[in-house]
Design a protein around this ligand. Structure first.
Ligand SMILES: NC(=O)c1ccc[n+]([C@@H]2O[C@H](COP(=O)([O-])OP(=O)(O)OC[C@H]3O[C@@H](n4cnc5c(N)ncnc54)[C@H](OP(=O)(O)O)[C@@H]3O)[C@@H](O)[C@H]2O)c1
Length: 247
């Protein structure tokens, strides 16, 4: 059986690491794991089953020059990629009036510019192969908005719009092509990103979750694994929510 190649950005922690482990466990995929630094991927690598085939690529996405080189390397090393999971993300929560321009630029670079560049590569590579799945990481706050996350929420809403648009674009440019563009919107997931929040803020969120618990990285990884599979072949150009009912 030919292993399908999957790129996961931000595979060193949280949702990305859980997804890498889940995909590695089923033995159907060859992985390309990305993180901001080589060292941060060590834990993920140690958790992969023996014999798992993977490559590692490192890039700090706040650096546009390094990102340009990363995309170039990705195209030459992995032109046969089947799935691109654009997962790496940052939050930098602050009232907008106090947010330094550097923070705003970092949010736009990591959470939006990079997903757009990866999606552009996906459009080219997938159309050549007539197949492929692109997953962009959005968030529940894309729909609701959130105080102190204005730029973050805006970048996440843009990821939803990106996938909806590209699914339609692929349908026009290559009708019947087996390519899909789906955004994933997690609710409150326990990772480093939410670990920074104050306990009373967490308690307020918990009250709003009908399922009565925070999500885990594995909850999101399981949903993405499904979205990457042929069983999800009719899920395209839409936002997939994993939030325990959080509204
Ligand atoms: N957790 C939630 O509740 C939640 C909810 C909605 C959406 N999301 C989204 O889900 C995705 C994953 O979130 P998470 O909670 O798993 O986050 P996380 O635990 O903080 O992990 C973030 C990942 O992104 C990478 N990353 C961070 N800054 C980077 C940079 N400058 N350049 C390249 N890579 C960078 C990190 O790599 P290093 O380890 O090398 O820094 C790490 O692998 C994000 O897009 C996030 O916005 C999360």
């Amino acid at each position: 059986m030919e292993l399908r190649k999957m790129l996961i950005t931000g595979a060193s922690r949280g949702i990305g690491r859980a997804l890498a482990c889940k995909l590695a466990d089923c033995g159907e995929y060859r992985l390309v794991l990305h993180a901001a630094s080589q060292a941060s991927l060590a834990v993920t690598e140690s958790m992969l089953p023996q014999g798992c085939q993977y490559d590692v690529m490192v890039c700090d996405f706040t650096d546009q020059v390094a990102t340009h080189q990363f995309i170039k390397d990705l195209k030459s090393r992995h032109p046969d990629v089947y799935g691109i999971i654009s997962n790496a993300g940052i939050n930098r929560d602050k009232p907008l009036i106090y947010q330094p321009t550097e923070d705003i630029d970092d949010l736009l670079n990591v959470n939006l510019r990079v997903p757009v560049l990866l999606a552009k590569m996906a459009m080219k590579v997938f159309s050549k192969r007539s197949e492929g799945v692109f997953i962009a990481m959005a968030s529940c706050v894309a729909e609701t908005g959130n105080a102190f996350q204005a730029v973050y929420a805006a970048t996440k809403a843009a990821n939803n719009a990106l996938c909806k648009s590209l699914a339609r674009e692929a349908g026009v440019m290559q009708p019947g092509c087996n390519t899909r563009f789906v955004s994933v919107s997690p609710g409150f997931i326990e990772t480093d990103m939410t670990g920074q929040l104050a306990n009373d803020t967490k308690a307020k969120y918990l009250q709003q979750i009908p399922s009565g618990r925070f999500g885990t990285a594995e909850d999101v990884a399981a949903a993405i694994k499904f979205l990457l599979s042929d069983e999800a072949s009719y899920i395209n150009g839409t936002e997939f929510k994993i939030n325990g009912g959080l509204v």
